[in-house]
Design a protein around this ligand. Sequence first.
Ligand SMILES: [Fe+2]
Length: 289
Amino acid sequence: MKNGLSALIYPLKMTEFLDHFKNNGPFVIHHGPSELRVLRELPQVSSLKTLLESWNEHVQVHLPDLRDEASALDVPPSEAQKYFDQGMGLLFNDVNRFSPVLQNWLDEIRADLGISAQSYGRCLIYATPDGKGTAPHFDQNINFVLQIHGTKKWTLATNESVNNPMVRHTMGQPVDPEMISYLSKTMPEKMPEKTTTFDLRPGSLLFVPRGVWHSTEAHGDALALNFTFTAPAWADLFLAALRSRLLLSPEWRESALVAEKGKFEELLSTLIQDLPHWNAVDILEATES
Ligand SMILES: [Fe+2]
């Protein structure tokens, strides 16, 4: 039996997937009833009621003002059903911690994607009441959504404002100050004219690339299992390696007395002399081992 990314995207071939992945191209695959049963029959996703009975941690409730995790409340599982019945979506975070099967799939998908071992991978379960969904936003994550129960309409649009965002953003909310520095265009106030819609039904697998705008609406109470990866950028790997290197030196570890510019110049010139000896293989050996 196939496992990992090739099973999720079957019958798409890995080379075809990489085309989508590298070009931020979303796609959907509607799996038949006999496919991905190992995931679809996990006790955690059998029903919202069963999940709430077995869940010992807080559940995130998405409040109706924004319908997004930017406006959320953490509640004990005993209270979560009440919010759901009032039309609010629920999020169960890091579900893989309680399921070796999910952890194993996460690890395999992460390796298949070829992203760094330092990536933060997690499984999320979203429970969405009939007629509700999430407000337009994009994530910095790479996301695979497996619809388990109910149907959900996803509306996606290309992000013309920022390529490779480092943080998520909900339309109409303040923009992260660091992200403002690398925006190509002002953020839109509403979803772009040109959108693509995907209607997910039980067994559908949607690939939501990093940075793509999306909003959702459930038809019938819906439950979906997500495999989500926050992968370090090249800049993150380089900075991690640079920090480790600099911290070997007591001079670089000194508390910075910012008036001593000459001292800082000296440190920078030793770094400049060191940099020509750096190479990608050594850095990746340090970050990926
Ligand atoms: Fe999202």
